[in-house]
Design a protein. Structure first.
Length: 377
């Protein structure tokens, strides 16, 4: 693994874009500036984009420990992996697992090469964490679906070229059945995207409402078998969750460095250090052959809530100095996402996303209770 890490470090030293080249910043999780598109293609062509994938998908068939080394090297240098994280980590990965050869060629590879960007259409009004309650409906007539409904919290949808949307295709089936996954081009007639600000700032335009009215989608855009979207959805979130704990470890590492001026000698800062160590040790356990997928919920729960707790303590410790916006609370790195070093208020506000996206803390607690502790439902 050391040789693998050294090879990647040498690649970064030789190919990393200069600061002057990377001046344009990303505006949403599906807006990828031109320099970042070129950089992602460079990673893809060299097999360093997703090392665990085969070469045709931007990888080199790396082992899980090697994939960890790859992500740790990016984190050490504060290099953001991709400015279209859902496109790269969930949607393209889902297409590689469940898609047809044509879908991989037409959609997955262009997403991986940053030629197009993608957003994930899961949550709906009154069906946020409960995907089984979704009501967006797709009716198949011959070779075409007609889709009607609404999605919410769809990150980056206004900048994305395509949505991977989960829709109900059999309204009479039980809740967890009768769901399908469709690729819906955002330029299709009947697709309306409305971005709205977040608690971080009115101009923080990433979240979207997406309205789908009589949207015509060819059957060839169906991902996986008809009415088996629940399996695709679980696979999609599985791709997101496998090394998701590492992103929380990175945020905790940043907090250790950026909050040291007010944290040294404080009990909450000692807790932060212990949470980081515990998360890493538990995470490394998941690299072995006997890993339990349910334990990923422990990592998700510990990591997301530790980030939120430490962010709150740092916010309170800085007092009124933590409130001005915009602000910078950590060292600037031109390959990083500026949201990670924004004002202390913004860093705390954004921590709530970690306890919601990828499965809420409440859902993680249920999984831990039922699948690990063996408690009754």
């Amino acid at each position: 693994m050391d040789a693998f890490r050294a090879e990647f470090a040498a690649f970064l030293d030789a190919h990393l874009p200069a600061e002057a080249e990377a001046r344009e910043r990303s505006r949403s999780s599906a807006h990828v500036p031109d320099w970042a598109r070129r950089w992602q293609r460079t990673l893809f062509d060299a097999g360093w984009l997703l090392p665990g994938q085969p070469a045709e998908f931007g990888g080199r068939d790396a082992t899980l420990p090697q994939q960890l080394a790859h992500l740790e090297e990016l984190a050490h240098r504060r290099i953001y992996h991709s400015f279209n994280p859902q496109g790269l980590g969930i949607i393209a990965a889902s297409l590689i697992t469940f898609g047809t050869a044509e879908q991989k060629r037409r959609w997955a590879v262009p997403i991986l090469r940053a030629e197009i960007t993608a957003a994930l259409g899961m949550s709906e009004p009154e069906a946020g964490s409960d995907l089984a309650s979704l009501r967006t409906r797709a009716v198949l007539d011959g070779g075409t679906f007609t889709v009607d409904g609404q999605k919410i919290w769809t990150s980056g949808a206004h900048d994305a070229d395509v949505l991977l949307a989960f829709v109900r295709t059999d309204p009479d089936a039980p809740r967890h059945q009768g769901i399908s996954a469709l690729l819906i081009p955002t330029a299709a007639e009947g697709v309306v995207r409305r971005p709205f600000g977040s608690i971080a700032a009115e101009d923080d335009l990433d979240f979207n409402e997406v309205f789908l009215t009589d949207v015509r989608v060819p059957r060839e855009n169906l991902v996986g078998p008809l009415n088996e979207g629940w399996r695709v959805a679980n696979g999609s979130l599985g791709h997101e969750r496998t090394l998701l704990w590492l992103s929380f470890a990175e945020r905790l590492e940043d907090l250790v460095q950026d909050a040291a001026d007010v944290g040294a000698g404080q009990e909450w800062y000692a807790t932060l250090l212990m949470d980081l160590q515990a998360l890493r040790l538990l995470g490394y356990r998941q690299l072995g052959p006997d890993r339990d997928p349910a334990e990923l919920s422990v990592l998700k729960l510990l990591g997301s809530e530790a980030v939120q707790s430490a962010s709150l303590h740092a916010l309170e410790a800085h007092g009124t100095d933590a409130l001005p916006h915009p602000a910078r609370t950590g060292p600037y790195h031109h390959m990083n996402n500026e949201a990670f070093i924004a004002s202390w208020f913004e860093r705390y506000a954004r921590s709530f996303a970690g306890t919601i996206a990828g499965g809420t803390s409440e859902i993680q607690r249920n999984i831990v209770a039922e699948r690990i502790l063996g408690l009754p439902r």
